[in-house]
Design a protein around this ligand. Structure first.
Ligand SMILES: Cc1ncc(COP(=O)(O)O)c(C=O)c1O
Length: 299
């Protein structure tokens, strides 16, 4: 079996476009792979190995500029400039209109939760949220938790062909729909959803769409303007960044997750410090703002 598999892989490598991939320099970029020469890593869906260039950047930050942001001294300004550059490069990566649409934080699940808490405050008569049975639990359970805030849920279900069809979304959406939460790609079977069409349906009813690009991100190009999404979340640790070490780890030197709120143009640092979605539609009380501030882990 092993020999047969090896034969298949060899012929794939020789005949396919993979034949031209300079694999040795690629492996050499990853300390974990060079330290264990026989180690072939296939578990990247759960998180990727980290290249030296990322470790160097983190080392540089910790050794040279591990300071408070927003200060008037040179090191602090250097950190602010680095984060701005990171935001701009992520904006390019996902084709955002503006770098202020990008925020970094801990991980996808906590970002979905953060946004859901803000949306919970704006639930009124528009209290219906569409979730799918193809999504990762992170983009389902987080929304279901809003039941206590008066949200109602409608399920967009997978068909026998293993995908979500926009025709099935249409009857679920109405003037009561606040949000459609769906994935770009199934993390179980890889089906790719036509999210641009789903966004059209949501917007026609005055609703927003929240996209989970965690599984899709490492495999496909993200284009938030083409998707026309309100929010998109993606996990950087599946894209050659460091994984979160603890909830106390400073996100400033670990800009690994991104979330996007397209129509929001405020300074990302301020919007996060005040609880960034709360700022847009409702006027939160001082107590709410303080709660958001104490929970804030996005930069
Ligand atoms: C499709 C999808 N969404 C969300 C998540 C949760 O991501 P995170 O670990 O960044 O919270 C995962 C994790 O595997 C995933 O595959």
């Amino acid at each position: 079996m092993e020999t047969k598999l090896q034969g298949v892989l060899n012929s794939e490598i020789q005949s396919g476009s993979n034949a031209n991939v300079p694999i040795e320099p690629v492996r050499a970029a990853f300390p974990a792979l060079t330290r264990a020469p026989g180690f072939i890593f296939f578990d990247n869906a759960a998180g990727t190995q980290v290249p030296q260039i990322v470790l160097d950047a983190v080392n540089h930050h910790l050794l040279e500029c591990n300071v408070q942001r927003g200060g008037r001294y040179a090191k602090s300004r250097e950190v602010d400039a680095t984060i701005l550059r990171a935001r701009r490069s992520v904006a390019d990566l996902v084709n955002a209109r503006d770098s202020s649409e990008i925020a970094f934080g801990m991980n996808a699940t906590s970002f979905i939760r953060l946004v859901s808490l803000a949306i919970a405050q704006t639930i009124g008569k528009r209290n219906e949220i569409v979730v799918t049975d193809m999504d990762h639990e992170a983009n389902v359970a987080t929304w279901l938790a809003l039941e206590r805030n008066g949200a109602r849920f409608l399920w967009w279900k997978v068909r026998d062909d293993g995908n979500l069809h926009v025709d099935d979304l249409i009857p679920l959406v109405s003037s009561k729909t606040r949000l459609v939460a769906c994935t770009l790609a199934s993390n179980a079977i890889g089906s790719i959803v036509d999210v641009a069409a789903a966004a059209k349906v949501a917007h026609a009813a005055g609703a927003e769409i929240f996209l989970d690009a965690v599984h899709y991100g490492p495999h496909g190009l993200i284009d938030v303007q083409a998707f026309d999404c309100g929010y998109l979340v993606c996990s950087g640790y599946k894209k050659l960044r460091l994984a979160p070490l603890s909830t106390k780890t400073s996100p400033e030197w670990m800009p690994q997750y991104v979330i996007l709120k397209r129509s929001l143009r405020a300074d990302p640092r301020k919007r996060c410090q005040g609880g960034f979605v709360c700022n847009r539609r409702s006027k939160p009380s001082e107590a709410t703002k303080n709660r958001c501030r104490s929970k804030c882990f996005a930069s």
